[in-house]
Write a protein that binds this ligand. Sequence first.
Ligand code: ADP
Ligand code: GN1
Ligand code: MG
Length: 356
Amino acid sequence: MNILEIANLFLKDNHTETVQKLGNGHINDTYLITSKSRRRYVLQQMNRRIFPEPQKVMENISLVTEYVQAKLHSEGGMKTLCFLNYDGKKYYTDPDGGIWRMYHYIEDAVSLELISRDEDFYWSAVAFGGFQYMLRDFPAEKLYETLPDFHNTPKRFKDFLNSVKADRKDRAKTCQQEIQFVKSRESFYNILEESHKAGELPLRVTHNDTKLNNVLLNADTGRPLCIIDLDTIMPGYSVTDFGDSIRFGASTAKEDEKDLDKVHFSLQLYKVYLKGFMDGAKGIFSKQEMTLFPVGAKMMTMECGMRFLADYLDGDVYFKTQYPEHNLVRARTQFKLVEEMEENWDQMEKAIADIL
Ligand code: ADP
Ligand code: GN1
Ligand code: MG
């Protein structure tokens, strides 16, 4: 079946007019569909290798979007993704087992890859902080853990060491310095898991993939319109949602910038995001959680860097890549950001102390 035929299953009466590729996600295949009546939709094929149980992912998304939808009516002007049904379900399984879903395209919105105006980062932070706020009473036990250990950094580190050892593509010789960078920080990786065990870091319902291009901003006003990419909603830590946004957005360059001289951690953007995240979350975080925000930022950057490097060693089987060193280039930007976070550590902590 081709994409047009699949889109028509959701739209019925052969209503699809055009199909275009959409966005820069690393995981799913995403298309913009225009119907004959000029309505626009997103058709997405889920990545089956990453999501072995897509039905459970879709159940999580349904539960959360329905819950959030009800709250949005009373609490704010944002939208939530609205899925179309096919045969009574929010997805279609093709004859090869591929899972497809279709939802409304959010018009007049932008999805940014890099911050050029502080206020865009502020509003993205308000959106993600608000997401935590809206889900503060959501019964987490109703959610499946669809990607176990997704932000369990010690586990990610073990997986990384296995990739180094296996060295399937004989690439380890091209990235010895980067491998050492990851190994030399081993004692850092347990901090969040240990804080959780000590009762200092609660499990909440979190988004878990809070990068800038996963929030749509109003193209005219810059205000947040919709949080997207809901596949990873699971129980998690507030500090990792905070940290993943910093990893991607508080950088002066794109995630895959080859020229490391252009890649810097921006303390200014970190502070902007912190303010927005706190404003959005309306005081739900404990002092202990907030104290761990800098750790969350460095942890997510380190974790993502080791995931990119492991995928480079494995032969680019997880993240989409455009050229053979793409994952290595991405890992290098993450490590550059980590170095600069370490240099700015006192200031990062002070920014938290100032608001406590
Ligand atoms: P992935 O898991 O591959 O990152 P996403 O769900 O994030 O997939 O979609 C990829 C990109 O498509 C997004 O970053 C965004 O730019 C665009 N996009 C997705 N959904 C919408 C939507 N409803 N309206 C507008 N743009 C969208
Ligand atoms: C992936 O799907 P996307 O592109 O928004 C990944 C995140 C990484 C991110 C790095 C399910 O996010 O965990 O942080 O790439 N998503 C999944 O850019 O693994
Ligand atoms: Mg995405």
